[in-house]
Design a binder for this molecule. Structure first.
Ligand code: SF4
Ligand code: SF4
Length: 179
């Protein structure tokens, strides 16, 4: 398998500094509304801050990959004596929960690092976080060619899983005919 060089953008999370202000959620939700910043619906955010107010625990979690199946195992996290539900810190968009799903279409959401034209200097959640919780880094890695997956493919796959291939094709033909 041939390898290609790929620039990987990462956001390191220094969770101890998070105060739960949710500015990251708000800017992400606004950026991903249509038109941009027209509607702020936190359910559209690709970052969600998991909270336990009594213990001042705030943990930002980024939306990760779409997965069509629930995982077979379950994890329970105990932090400062508080048990967190099994899926609380998982990044995946999966059938088990509504987290990281577009509220109207139910399509999976994934952090796209604020892809924009022209590109943003840094991801917006990083820019608005005044506590330096979110630290942006770029590095080059070698990956197999087939690992380059685009977001349109992820969205189409989830629709096929939900509605079936034939229904999806019929719908696309109908939409195309309407112009
Ligand atoms: S903007 Fe920063 S401090 Fe505020 S909730 Fe998000 S990560 Fe935490
Ligand atoms: S990097 Fe951009 S898309 Fe990803 S969670 Fe932050 S604001 Fe949202």
């Amino acid at each position: 398998m041939s390898k290609i060089k790929k620039k990987v953008k990462t956001i390191k999370i220094d969770a101890d500094k998070c105060n739960g202000c949710r500015a990251c959620e708000i800017v992400c939700a606004g950026f991903h509304s249509t038109p941009k910043y027209d509607i702020i619906n936190p359910a559209r955010s690709r970052i969600q801050v998991i909270t336990h107010r009594l213990k001042n625990i705030w943990l930002p979690v980024f939306a990760g990959e779409y997965t069509p199946a629930e995982c077979m195992g379950r994890d329970i996290y105990v932090i400062d004596g508080k048990e967190y539900e099994e899926c609380a810190f998982c990044r995946a968009t999966c059938p088990s929960r509504d987290l990281f799903k577009e509220p109207d279409s139910h399509l999976p959401l994934r952090c796209d690092m604020c892809e924009d034209d022209p590109p943003q200097e840094k991801p917006l959640c990083v820019q608005v976080c005044l506590n330096d919780v979110l630290i942006y880094e770029e590095r080059e890695v070698e990956v197999g060619e087939e690992e380059s997956v685009d977001l349109a493919e992820v969205g189409l796959r989830s629709l096929i899983d939900k509605h079936g291939f034939d229904t999806l094709v019929d719908t696309m033909v109908r939409i195309a005919e309407k112009g």
